[in-house]
Design a protein around this ligand. Structure first.
Ligand code: CA
Length: 248
């Protein structure tokens, strides 16, 4: 429920007549946790213009309470005046497994980014960021947040690529791919998280069942294998962080 503490914005005003606006009227809203007035008000204005219901908090306290079921995505600044943004991220993730968390960092600080992703964030953007990129990410995250309510075994599609997890089969166009077991698991994780940065540690936990400790060279080997089968451009290496499967 909205309360007066939020910047409540009507989704009907100032619509920008772009194709994206027509498509993107999501049911679930966005919570912006950002203390910088200029950035926050700019974000709220743009998101409102694209038809999203937006709430804004200027501090970390209350973020967990405000990220209720009506919220599909939290845009979280890491540098907050009261609580460490990473701690907010951890609490949000602990409270809501189905909300998408996109962190904002002031600098391209790899440590911040890795810590944020490990604290449960789904993605990050480095300030200053392009609005077109932010909007693309938001669309992807809200779609994904909705998809989390669907059965995990549902067939998946990303561009030319399709996967059937129950049958453990994958195709590129009409051509079935010959994948090793862990290549299939890795590809399924990538497709499920298309457009989202994954740390090496998180991938190892999810694909290698957390039983892996030590060097992660086996991950690189599997990524290399996938690239030769589905195309080198499909998977981007994020130096010092991990990998991102690109939206097709
Ligand atoms: Ca800040």
């Amino acid at each position: 429920m909205f309360t007066p503490r939020f910047t409540k914005v009507s989704a009907r005003s100032k619509r920008i007549p772009s194709p994206a606006t027509v498509r993107v009227v999501e049911e679930r809203g966005i919570l912006v946790v950002e203390d910088d007035e200029a950035i926050a008000s700019g974000l709220v204005r743009v998101l409102d213009g694209h038809g999203y219901a937006v709430r804004r908090l200027s501090q970390g306290a209350g973020a967990v309470r405000d990220a209720d079921a009506s919220i599909g995505l939290v845009i979280l600044d890491l540098g907050l005046p009261d609580v460490d943004g990473l701690e907010v991220c951890r609490r949000l993730r602990a409270a809501r497994s189905d909300v998408a968390i996109l962190i904002l960092t002031a600098r391209d600080n790899e440590l911040d980014v890795v810590a944020g992703l490990d604290a449960g964030a789904d993605d990050y953007l480095v300030k200053p960021f392009r609005l077109s990129e932010l909007l693309a990410r938001i669309r992807s995250h809200l779609r994904r947040a909705d998809a989390r309510t669907l059965r995990a075994e549902a067939p998946m599609q990303s561009g030319e690529l399709s996967l059937d997890r129950l049958a453990r089969r994958a195709w590129l166009g009409s051509q079935e791919l010959a994948l090793r077991p862990k290549e299939f698991d890795l590809l399924a994780l990538f497709v499920e998280n298309a457009g989202i940065a994954l740390t090496r540690e998180r991938i190892m936990q999810l694909v290698w069942d957390g039983s892996w400790s030590g060097p992660t060279k086996t991950l690189d080997t599997h990524v290399l294998g996938l690239r030769t089968k589905i195309g080198a451009d499909a998977i981007t290496t994020l130096r010092g962080i991990g990998y991102r499967f690109e939206l097709q």
